[in-house]
Design a binder for this molecule. Structure first.
Ligand code: KG4
Ligand code: ZN
Length: 337
């Protein structure tokens, strides 16, 4: 066919993801995760992640081709996460991608991880409207982006000045004894709690605060202090209420600021992506507030919000379609991209 087929490789953190996208159709999305190995440390250990990527790389590529019912000769291009992310982890992915591109004689595209989180929605809902605003919320980032061209022109309107949203979820889950990664645990237990039980602070929402920046470390500290006071008083900690109230504070700030950004920029398309976009409360509140504001909201299904290879492949397809110059084989991983 004339639709480009791209194999995308993602290794920026703890998931080894290999996806294959043909045009706007996801035909494979194989993921091997080392999350279990990190769980006992309470966070991602870079050295453990790099080693796991190395072990999982070839089997995950094989799995993706098998799932797609394809062979290497069907692949028109390779795309790979060039950054941002863990340096050693990124290097494993880019080394593999270069080797495949060279061996197959196909172009190589190094892509931005954040842009990939936005691009994945193309396999869900078709061509991305441009410009669109994107709320990117993950373990490493919390940003409001204006996407004018997904391959070439993305401007940050705001970002976190301290912890990322996912990081806050993970830290609060840890102090509540809920395990790692914390986001899904807090999401789950919050359904049994009262989101209005405790009024936690909404960071950077004062009249003089930077409008589109986020801050979550004060919230995390407030939760820690609240829990400690309970424990000191010898009283039980209502874990579900604390989780639900914390989650409500995060989701309230994320959605309010993002809708405000839509209004001020005059862009009425919004896309939400990144691991925290899997959060059920965020999805519900964002939908309601977008409906009220006349903003068209697009969110990939929860399973495509966390790191995966299809998102990298989806962005690779856009690169091919728009005639972007491929990367050279001396493409280097850039952890701080
Ligand atoms: O995008 P992602 O898979 O990796 C990064 O690029 O960081 O995001 C991982 C983050 C973790 O902090 C995890 O706790 C969070 O996304 N997360 C969630 C949920 N699922 C994953 N946070 C809140 N609610 C969820 N359901
Ligand atoms: Zn991510």
């Amino acid at each position: 066919g004339d639709e480009p087929v791209v194999l995308g490789i993602e290794t920026s953190c703890d998931e080894t993801g290999v996806g294959i996208v043909r045009g706007e159709t996801m035909v494979a999305n194989a993921v091997a995760s080392s999350v279990e190995e990190h769980a006992r440390y309470g966070g991602v250990v870079p050295e453990v992640a790099s080693r796991a990527h190395l072990e999982a790389m070839v089997p995950t590529v094989t799995q993706a081709l098998h799932d797609a019912g394809m062979s290497f000769s069907d692949i028109d291009a390779i795309s790979v996460t060039a950054g941002p992310g863990l340096a050693g982890a990124l290097l494993v992915g880019s080394a593999a991608a270069k080797a495949y591109a060279l061996a197959l004689g196909v172009p190589l595209y190094g892509v931005n991880h954040l842009a990939s989180h936005v691009a994945v929605d193309i396999v869900e809902h078709g061509a991305l409207p441009e410009p669109t605003l994107a709320l990117l919320v993950s373990g490493g980032h919390s940003s409001i982006l204006q996407v004018n061209d997904i391959t070439a022109d993305i401007a940050a309107l705001g970002a976190t000045i301290d912890d990322a949203a996912g990081e806050a979820f993970d830290k609060v889950a840890r102090l509540l004894g809920l395990g790692f990664p914390g986001g899904p645990q807090i999401d789950r237990i919050s359904h049994e709690g009262d989101p209005a039980a405790i009024k936690f602070p909404r960071g950077l929402t004062g009249p003089r605060d930077a409008v589109f920046d986020f801050s979550f470390s004060g919230l995390k500290t407030a939760v820690a202090r609240w829990v400690e006071a309970r424990q000191r008083a010898g009283e039980p900690v209502p874990v579900a209420d604390v989780a639900a109230s914390f989650q409500e504070a995060v989701v309230d700030v994320l959605t309010a600021k993002t809708i405000k950004a839509c209004k001020e920029s005059g862009v009425d398309n919004l896309q939400i992506g990144g691991g925290v976009a899997a959060n059920t409360r965020l999805r519900a509140m964002a939908q309601r507030r977008c409906d009220d504001a006349g903003v068209t909201l697009r969110m990939p299904r929860a399973g495509l919000c966390t790191d995966n290879g299809a998102m990298v492949a989806a962005l690779g397809v856009e690169m091919v379609k728009r005639g972007v110059e491929p990367s050279s084989l001396d493409l280097s991983a850039n952890s701080a991209m």
